[in-house]
Write a protein that binds this ligand. Sequence first.
Ligand code: NAD
Length: 338
Amino acid sequence: MQQQQQPVRVLVTGAGGFIGHHLVGFLKQRGYYVRGVDIKLPEFAPTHADEFELLDLRRWDNCLQATRNMDHVYALAADMGGMGFISSNHATILHNNALINMHTLEAARVNGATRYLYTSSACVYPEYRQLETNIAPLKEEDAFPAHPQDAYGWEKLVAEQACLYYTGQYGIETRIVRFHNIFGELGTWTGGREKAPAAMCRKVAVAKLTGNSEVEIWGDGEQTRSFCYIDDCLAGLYRLMQSDYRHPLNLGQDRMVTINQLAQIVAEIAGIPIVLKHVPGPQGVRGRNSDNTRLREVLGWDPQISLEDGLARTYAWIEQQVGGQLQPPHEAHLSVAR
Ligand code: NAD
């Protein structure tokens, strides 16, 4: 009699967060058994995980519990947010994420996981390579000599090195992805931890729904970035996990836009004219773009979804969220009259 094959058992940490929640659904569709772990449940939709445990992964005992009987680990848990959060919580970020990263990796090894994917960030790249708006795209080897702008980048860089050392010393297969600004539906869009695309969709949606066309931009808005839609992120992440590539790999779009351009694209999607109001605020590095040469070489693939298409899907979802929180002007007027 033929024995039935057991599904591969996968742990996704940070499964209550934006990318982790999407990744759980993606892996379930491909037949994996998935355990999600986070300190919170997904905010906007129920998880698709087979099991979900609420665990603080700064703690070693919790990491042992999270990684028990798992074949593969996607390590996404992190204390993070957009520029506002990252630029004003250095000590907290370094402390919390260093604990999460080291304990999760060591626990995965102790518990016999065979593959471990660590989600790093473009924030590892040195500030001195990102001083101008029109900068050269960042190649993986540009990370050294190291000088990330924030504690978030330092902590990511150390965790990358830990993965490389763990492969060398213990043989656990590690994969390292450096995300460049991932965005999409079901991500944080308000409250201080949201990132530029979600914040911009929210501001434009508020402008549309209130009739006040002014949209605030931190700084002069000429700072540049590239943005990658969540479906491309998942496709790349999954390909990298299957590959035999052990070194850090960029995953993002390589089309650079200014924050002012980002605002105008979202306004066009919303179908309204906007007036940009530049105000003081944290801006991060002056310019950043992904060099996707190695991504294409290693995975034979690169992101496919245009910024406009990704933003249209994201904007539609965020406008709905904003609408749920705002009373349209005529209804506010009616409720006053009543
Ligand atoms: P997210 O904030 O939505 O998800 C991170 C999750 O980790 C959150 O749900 C949070 O509750 C959880 N977490 C925090 N502290 C924890 C703890 N002590 N124990 C257990 N869980 C904890 O962020 P995301 O955008 O989904 O990012 C996922 C990963 O990708 C993170 O490691 C992040 O640093 C990395 N990354 C993301 C981007 C991006 O553009 N979204 C860019 C670069 C790197």
